[in-house]
Write a protein that binds this ligand. Structure first.
Ligand SMILES: C[S@@+](CC[C@H](N)C(=O)[O-])C[C@H]1O[C@@H](n2cnc3c(N)ncnc32)[C@H](O)[C@@H]1O
Length: 276
């Protein structure tokens, strides 16, 4: 299986990437958290599943001096490059070789040229925000984490940041309209459907979307896509972290550092090498 979430979809990856940004760019509530985590951790930052680079500015603002983003989607990385072009702070960092994007699979980090880009001491901060749900269960999560461990600096931290219990779907959702928007004069309607299944390793979700783009001649182009998502149980995630030689240092239920509980909207784990 490829690390590109848009691979194999009978659709246009650049359009999916653009729609993806329309939805995700308004998410800003975690930007200060990542700026501060960077400031606290140190200059070398590895952003796993960086997508279109939404978090890059936070790393740069937190004095990240060697920033590396990895993503499996070429379409999202093209949008990340455009974002860098448009932000002088990021463009200057790229110009000086201090900001690099790498197309690759987070389950095969050992095959990517990350050591050279992060510097000999390794990554002070590794971030995987919204990435674990795209992995197909504990075995794939272990492959990612086992790839992170050798890249971490001595006191380096890994942050896993995903939905908390309050935001996990508690029932199937039938096909219905999510939103209607206008993009370059074309009317866009997105419908989605969600089916959930409780499994020993957590919640499995089959999520499908249908995007209809109204063309000027009155015809409609239809772009279907489907994703299999995995929201690990606390126990399953803890077992994978242990097995990768890592240990949880802090757990938060929000980017405001609230303690986690059953009504938390996020599950944020700050992780270090075991024994570090
Ligand atoms: C929900 S998005 C989060 C993007 C970004 N971290 C943020 O917070 O805005 C998940 C990202 O993980 C990437 N991804 C998923 N599975 C991957 C894999 N196996 N290898 C590399 N990237 C992957 C997707 O392409 C997507 O950009």
């Amino acid at each position: 299986m490829s690390g590109d979430i848009f691979a194999g979809q009978a659709t246009d990856p650049d359009l999916l990437a653009e729609l993806y940004d329309l939805e995700h760019d308004p998410v800003v509530e975690d930007l200060v958290f990542y700026r501060e985590q960077t400031r606290r951790s140190g200059p070398a930052v590895l952003d796993l599943g960086c997508g279109s680079g939404r978090l890059l500015r936070s790393f740069a603002a937190g004095k990240g001096r060697r920033i590396v983003g990895v993503d499996g989607s070429a379409a999202l990385l093209r949008r990340a490059e455009a974002r860098i072009d448009a932000e002088p702070l990021l463009a200057a960092a790229r110009e000086q070789g201090r900001l690099n994007l790498v197309e690759g699979d987070v389950r095969r980090l050992g095959q990517l040229p990350l050591r050279g880009l992060l510097g000999a001491a390794g990554a002070n901060l590794v971030v995987a925000a919204g990435v674990v749900p795209h992995l197909d269960g504990p075995e794939e999560a272990l492959r990612m984490l086992a790839g992170v461990t050798p890249l971490l600096a001595d006191q380096g931290r890994l942050i896993l940041d995903d939905l908390g219990p309050a935001l996990l779907p508690d029932r199937d959702l039938p096909l219905s309209v999510d939103w209607k928007r206008e993009l370059r004069g074309q009317k866009i309607v997105r419908r989605s459907q969600l089916m959930r299944r409780e499994a020993p390793e957590g919640l499995r979700v089959a999520f499908s979307t249908i995007v209809d783009v109204g063309r000027p001649d009155g015809t409609i182009a239809r772009f279907p896509a489907s994703y299999r998502l995995w929201y690990p149980s606390d126990d399953a995630l803890a077992a994978v972290i242990r097995e990768a030689g890592l240990a949880v240092e802090f757990a938060y239920g929000s980017h405001d550092l609230d303690p986690p509980n059953g009504s938390s909207e996020r599950r944020i784990l700050v992780i270090r090498r075991a024994g570090a």
